[in-house]
Write a protein that binds this ligand. Structure first.
Ligand SMILES: [Zn+2]
Ligand SMILES: [Zn+2]
Length: 309
């Protein structure tokens, strides 16, 4: 009996060893079973969206509109360029609206997201970077999110400005709730539009699960691919790269070397061919009087054109 207990405990220790991750600085980070389970369920649901009975034109339309609202306006414009870097200023109600849109991406609340990203900028590809490919490509893309936060990371220390705003704190506390409200709305909307309850399921799978999963990977590719493949306009101290296909799927975030070089710039695309839909959005907002204090990029001619050594 004692021998069996010993063997079982040895086996579980081996499994734990496999799932917990040892990083460059020797820290062993614990696997997060709950997050992992949520990601598995979402990925399975995303695949189910491609069942023939789930494919409807209206589901595609719902998917594209919500992907832009939550990924483009929410995560990229709201969480990243507005809250993290203050690349522009806008009215508070618009700031709160963009933050709620970002919550619908299920990438965490504003304090966690902004704190993680600010840590990424202060420690870019150094040992305390939360998601550097130097700890492994799979770690930077996906594994870091299914492990517990590292001991050297405290989002509260990095987000004092966010915490001074009581509305943002309220949104942060209940960041996961809007997704459930949206899912209920999608189910009812799809049922009414398509005339059958399976239409509601289709809208939930396309506008909810598939959208969230694809936006996860679009965001994660900025951390993984845009620190691995692509060209460099600036000699930064990190591995950031400008990657056109990441830029395409992440609403302009793939011009990541430009962004690491000029973190507060509202524009991430800086050369004529570096199309950046989010900067276009900011310019349209400025024309409409909805954005001001827009931080323009510095364009030091020779350094912008400089290839990676
Ligand atoms: Zn980066
Ligand atoms: Zn940034």
């Amino acid at each position: 009996m004692g021998k069996i207990i010993f063997q079982v405990s040895m086996a579980s220790a081996k499994i734990r060893h496999f799932r917990d991750r040892e990083l460059r600085d020797g820290e062993r980070v614990q696997f997060h079973w709950f997050y992992f389970s949520v990601f598995i369920v979402l990925h399975i649901a995303a695949v189910l969206a491609f069942l023939p009975s789930m494919i409807h034109l209206s589901s595609f339309v719902v998917f594209f509109i919500l992907a832009w609202v939550t990924g483009g306006l929410g995560v990229t414009l709201g969480y990243h360029r507005l809250l993290t870097h203050r690349s522009f200023a806008t009215y508070k109600p618009i700031e709160y609206m963009l933050t709620i849109f970002a919550c619908l991406s299920w990438q965490g609340g504003p304090i966690q997201w902004v704190g993680t990203h600010r840590q990424h900028h202060t420690e870019s590809d150094d040992v305390a970077d939360p998601h550097s490919p130097r700890d492994g490509f799979s770690w930077s893309h996906l594994l870091w999110i299914v492990h517990r936060a590292r001991s050297n990371f405290d989002p509260l220390k990095l987000t004092k400005d966010i915490q001074r705003d009581r509305v943002l704190c309220f949104i942060d506390r209940y960041w996961y709730v809007p997704q459930f409200i949206l899912a209920a709305g999608l189910f009812v909307g799809g049922w009414l539009w398509l005339g059958h309850w399976t239409g509601g399921v289709s809208w939930v799978l396309w506008g909810g699960c598939l959208r969230v999963v694809l936006l996860y990977h679009a965001t994660w590719f900025v951390n993984s691919a845009a620190h691995t493949w692509g060209y460099r306009n600036f000699k930064t101290d990190d591995d950031s790269r400008n990657n056109w296909w990441v830029a395409l799927f992440s609403f302009g975030e793939g011009w990541h070397n430009n962004h690491h070089a000029q973190q507060r710039s509202a524009a991430h695309g800086m050369r004529w061919f570096e199309f950046d839909i989010t900067y276009v959005t900011i310019r349209v907002m400025r024309i409409m009087g909805l954005a001001w204090k827009v931080v323009e990029p510095q364009r030091p001619g020779q350094s912008v054109a400089e290839p990676h050594p």
